[in-house]
Ligand binder design. Structure first.
Ligand SMILES: [Zn+2]
Length: 253
């Protein structure tokens, strides 16, 4: 994964998804938007205190950079429900209520996951031409939202796990993912994912959950970028509390 620009807008691109020219995607950063103060500058969340018209303008900037007709976001709740997104009219404020898994087969509809330490995990099935984007924080790991996403793709779109490609985006790294109360927050089966006492390797955990759902290890890419460690590039809730949300978008062209 490397930092580049799409039509002038900075973002990270997956070398795995770049193998598929029919897929548009970008892991966007805090760079390149118009928001001010703690939301500087490409904040894509309407629910963190930023000006709604500025957030809408930032979303349009992302949509235009990727050449999409629509961006579909989610009112993410750290759960494990999914929504299949049909063709939709352009609306920069569109948010599907109470889902953390977005799926589409419609071209030019961007699936937007917002995060500031949680992971966005993109999935793509080149055989069935289905794209998905998952919001996975540590609560998502505890509920195995990634396994749920693979199951939803199998049931609703007839995907096979072995056909799927997955990219785990920037998020809280093992350097910063401290959970002092992990005995209450994580089931004992996940305690082996501590990189050192009370610090969890959520990147490795997400990879293992995808592999556990049947995604081939060679089809998984991990960004390995810690949001908390890079204040000039990423928003981080752990670091700043009052802050914006960067976005990750995948779409079929
Ligand atoms: Zn870190």
């Amino acid at each position: 994964m490397h930092l580049t620009e799409i039509n002038g807008l900075p973002c990270y691109r997956s070398s795995l998804l770049a193998l598929f020219p029919e897929v548009a995607h970008g892991f966007f950063t805090r760079l390149g938007g118009g928001s001010r103060g703690p939301y500087e500058s490409l904040n894509l969340s309407f629910t963190v205190g930023d000006l709604p018209e500025q957030v809408a303008a930032n979303r349009r900037r992302v949509q235009e950079a990727l050449g999409l007709e629509t961006l579909a976001g989610a009112l993410q709740v750290h759960g494990r429900r999914e929504a299949v997104i049909p063709h939709l009219p352009a609306n920069p404020g569109l948010e599907v209520p109470e889902v953390d898994i977005l799926i589409t087969r419609q071209p030019r509809v961007g699936l937007l996951i917002k995060q500031a330490d949680c992971q966005a995990v993109m999935l793509y099935d080149p055989r069935r031409r289905v794209a998905a984007n998952v919001h996975c924080g540590w609560r998502g790991n505890v509920q195995n939202v990634l396994g749920e996403a693979v199951q939803a793709l199998r049931e609703r779109c007839r995907c096979r796990a072995e056909d799927l490609y997955a990219v785990i985006g920037p998020g809280l790294g093992p350097c910063c993912a401290e959970f002092r109360h992990f005995r209450e927050e994580f089931p004992p089966g996940l305690w082996t994912y501590q990189a050192r006492p009370a610090y969890f390797d959520l990147w490795r955990l997400s990879r293992k959950q995808l592999e556990g759902a049947g995604v081939p290890p060679s089809h998984i890419e991990v960004a390995g970028l810690c949001t908390r460690c890079h204040p000039h590039i990423f928003f981080s809730y752990r670091r700043d509390k009052i802050t914006g949300r960067q976005g990750a978008v995948i779409a079929l062209k």
